[in-house]
Design a protein around this ligand. Structure first.
Ligand code: MLT
Length: 267
């Protein structure tokens, strides 16, 4: 499916009935990151799952420019308007989590609940910001393959690398097929994202925080715990044998946590 909004075409998939659940992918990925959730949560009317490709990724348009988290939030708000969805549970992984927090900052009245997955509230430290700018230069000169190769080893748990070569290959392929303009726009946008730490105490909707126990990009014991501690009433679930892409590496455990959250919290 495709929606025309904010001057671009946004591709999305939609399945199931129930509480609307907006799945926001990370970087440099696309909506297929959420295939196990589209398959596993749209059944039994647990949720109406909406999984877009963010601008610059997947089959959505990739305009030149800096994709701030607010720009993505505006795109998602416009998509909800097109779909006539008033309020959603926003589930975002990593960059998707940064966007979920930007969405809360701008459009809290459209949020029924939040699911923050392998992400963080803080802005980049100066060295991390510089690393993004260096990566943009590298991508401009050499394309995305070296960056994708370097990132692959850090995205998944060691057990995933050892025992699930097909999954590792599909994540690698997902990264390699993303447009260069999108990769650059997202890196520049993430580099200038604000610190959202002070926002966390303003969250008044039910919130689930999910982390892979082996996530080395956003470690569960530090980033996960501090996120959950700072959000009133938030529940933290740490999933064993999963890295940064916990929804993809352990979909059954992940889906069970989300299903329980959606049903028990009545969001
Ligand atoms: C992601 O998975 O979305 C990225 O690790 C986010 C980032 O680069 O900060």
């Amino acid at each position: 499916m495709e929606a025309l909004m904010n001057g671009i075409h946004l591709h999305y998939v939609q399945a199931g009935k129930g509480a609307p659940l907006l799945l926001v992918h990370g970087y440099p990925l696309d909506h297929t990151l959420w295939q196990p959730q589209v398959d596993g949560l749209a059944d039994a009317n647990v949720a109406r799952v909406i999984a877009p490709d963010l601008r610059g990724f997947g089959q959505s348009d990739a305009p030149e420019g800096v994709y701030t988290m607010e720009t993505h939030a505006d795109d998602l708000r416009a998509l909800l308007d097109v779909l006539q969805v008033e309020r959603v549970v926003v589930c975002g992984l990593s960059m998707g989590g940064y966007i979920a927090l930007a969405f809360w900052r701008k459009y809290a009245d459209r949020v029924r609940g939040l699911i923050l997955v392998d992400t963080r509230a803080g802005a980049d430290a100066p060295a991390a910001r510089q690393a993004r700018l260096d990566m943009v230069e590298q991508v401009r000169q050499h394309g995305s393959a070296p960056a994708a190769d370097a990132m692959l080893s850090r995205l998944l748990a060691s057990s995933t690398h050892q025992s699930r070569p097909a999954l590792v290959e599909s994540v690698h392929a997902m990264m390699l097929r993303q447009p260069l303009v999108g990769i650059i726009g997202a890196q520049l946008g993430m580099a200038e994202r604000p610190d959202s730490t002070a926002l966390l105490s303003t969250i008044t909707v039910p919130t689930l925080v999910v982390f892979g126990a082996e996530d080395i990009i956003t470690p569960a014991e530090t980033e996960g715990r501090s996120l959950a501690d700072a959000i009133p009433g938030a529940k933290l679930v740490i999933i064993p044998n999963a890295g940064h892409l916990s929804n993809l590496e352990q979909p059954e455990v992940f889906n069970a946590a989300v299903r329980e959250f959606l049903l028990a919290r009545d969001v």
